[in-house]
Ligand binder design. Structure first.
Ligand code: HEM
Length: 466
């Protein structure tokens, strides 16, 4: 089974966008969700974002609407997703709604830059994510997972989301910046929490301009200032240190661009902010949801443990074991299907384009809802059920490419995908053979559309040691 994402970076497909101006002009607009004249669909969206997406889905395969004075269009067809992310990717940029939600946050980092600047950064940063580099991070993944186990007592109830957040932060900081974040964790946590809070699509402040001094914006400003000061210290410490480091930070400080220049210091800072955010909460949530699903599905948890016992015996998991841990990988895939942390991708066309039969105007805020496509009954039997075994080679062959895209696709797919897939499997393999978590809350977690797909339920679970 391949761990990679459908949609190679340089994929080329048939051109779908209509470049003939007359044919484009004649193409119909996508169906619109009816709304009120001034507010459009704002209230419906803010009151119940999940119900709102259900309504959109019932209208058509691409649906227009207006929220907070902005024109949106959500697409529900894998082909349209593929066109936007892969085939015609050069005609789309991250959308205004996304850029505004992220304003003040690492604007010159890899997640937010466009065009030549983005390409140059991606080429410089890629060497930190080669299979060889990831192999060298694997020890930290296992070591910190083992330390997490040491702190768990049989029978106690823990907040698994907190525990996974701490674990993934340690792994990321150690493997990418070679720092142990002990004294710095609060600064990073506060910044991560403030960013997530600000991106909360259900909260009205997501629609207010930046400069409105809401408590959330003030918290965000303070948190980012502290975080940037910490990053400055890190860079200064590294520059003053003669030792050889082989991590992302050294690479950023060393790597020369096409002009022979190294990256400006504030851009290095923006990259560190970007990677701490993009790589921390996402992996913490993926693990949290995996533990939830295993806790609710004891038979699947047992199959996972059986695979781990048979493959690993008494030895610690290593990266060399991963090809033999097929069920572990399926558990991860299925958790990312049901609860994709990056649940919606945002793009806008830079010119009028045709998507499927529809004409989409330049500047329309497009949303690509992975969380809906991943549970679409056209592609998945019993779409709401946790069935790791569905991920057979035949199933993957038959699945339309972009019916599953937890890591995005095309040139801007997640640069940390291989890192994340390695981390998720190694942490699960290390921990699941020693411990199980039993949720003490009822049913499935309630979710919020924050910057990531976050539980609002406290993910408290009872530890059962083997
Ligand atoms: C389960 C874990 C993760 C998930 C679900 C995830 C998901 C995604 C997705 C969907 C995108 C594409 C966004 C778009 O096209 O608009 C993305 C981009 C990105 N991810 Fe991840 N990610 C994860 C882990 C990581 C890790 C571990 C890192 C770094 C160590 C990372 C760093 C990034 C960066 C820097 C980008 C921007 C890439 C670019 O625009 O060139 N991610 N991620």
């Amino acid at each position: 089974m391949s761990e990679t994402q459908p949609g190679p970076a340089d994929a080329e497909g048939p051109e779908r966008t209509e470049r003939d101006p007359r044919a484009l002009a004649e193409a119909p607009e996508p169906p619109q969700l009816p709304g009120t004249p001034v507010l459009g669909n704002t209230l419906g969206f803010v009151r119940d974002p999940f119900g709102f997406y259900d309504r959109l889905e019932s209208v058509g395969d691409a649906v227009g609407y207006s929220v907070a004075g902005r024109e949106f269009c959500t697409v529900f067809e894998p082909d349209y997703v593929e066109q936007i992310l892969v085939e015609d990717n050069e005609r789309f940029v991250k959308s205004e709604a996304f850029r505004d939600a992220a304003a003040g946050f690492a604007e010159r980092g890899l997640l937010l830059t466009e065009g030549e600047e983005w390409r140059d950064q991606r080429v410089r940063i890629q060497p930190a994510f080669t299979p060889d580099r990831i192999r060298s991070y694997a020890d930290a993944m296992v070591t910190y997972a083992e330390r997490t186990l040491d702190h768990l007592a049989d029978g106690e109830v823990v907040d698994v989301q907190d525990a996974m957040s701490e674990l993934t932060l340690r792994i990321l900081a150690k493997s990418l910046f070679d720092i142990d974040v002990e004294g710095r964790r609060e600064v990073v946590r506060e910044a991560a929490a403030a960013l997530n809070e600000r991106g909360d699509a259900g909260g009205a402040s997501a629609f207010l301009p930046d400069w409105v001094p809401t408590p959330k914006n003030r918290r965000f400003e303070r948190a980012m200032t502290d975080f940037e000061a910490m990053v400055d210290d890190l860079v200064a410490e590294r520059r003053a240190d003669d030792a050889e480091y082989d991590d992302l930070l050294s690479l950023l400080l060393r790597a020369e661009g096409p002009d022979g220049e190294t990256m400006a210091e504030e851009v290095v800072g923006d990259q560190l902010v970007t990677f701490l955010f993009a790589g921390h909460e996402t992996t913490a949530l993926a693990l949290t949801y995996a533990w939830h699903l295993l806790g609710r599905n004891p038979d699947e948890a047992e199959k996972l443990r059986a695979e781990l016992d048979a493959t690993l015996g008494d030895d610690p998991a290593t990266i060399a074991d991963l090809p033999d841990l097929g069920y572990t990988e399926r558990v991860v895939r299925e958790a990312l299907r049901l609860y994709p942390p990056a649940y919606v991708l945002f793009r806008e066309p830079t010119e009028d384009v045709r998507i499927g039969p529809y004409r989409i105007e330049a500047g329309t805020n497009l949303t690509l809802p992975a969380f809906k496509l991943h549970r679409d009954g056209r592609f998945y039997d019993a779409p709401d059920e946790f069935r790791p075994e569905r991920w057979t080679a035949d199933f993957e062959d038959d699945l339309p490419d972009y019916a599953y895209f937890p890591f995005g696709g095309g040139p801007r797919h997640c640069i940390g995908m291989r890192f994340a897939m390695t981390e998720l499997r190694l942490v699960l393999a290390t921990m699941a053979r020693e411990v199980a978590f039993e949720p003490v809350y009822e049913g499935d977690p309630d979710l919020a559309m924050s910057a990531t797909l976050k539980p609002t339920t406290e993910m408290r679970m009872r530890v059962r040691k083997r």
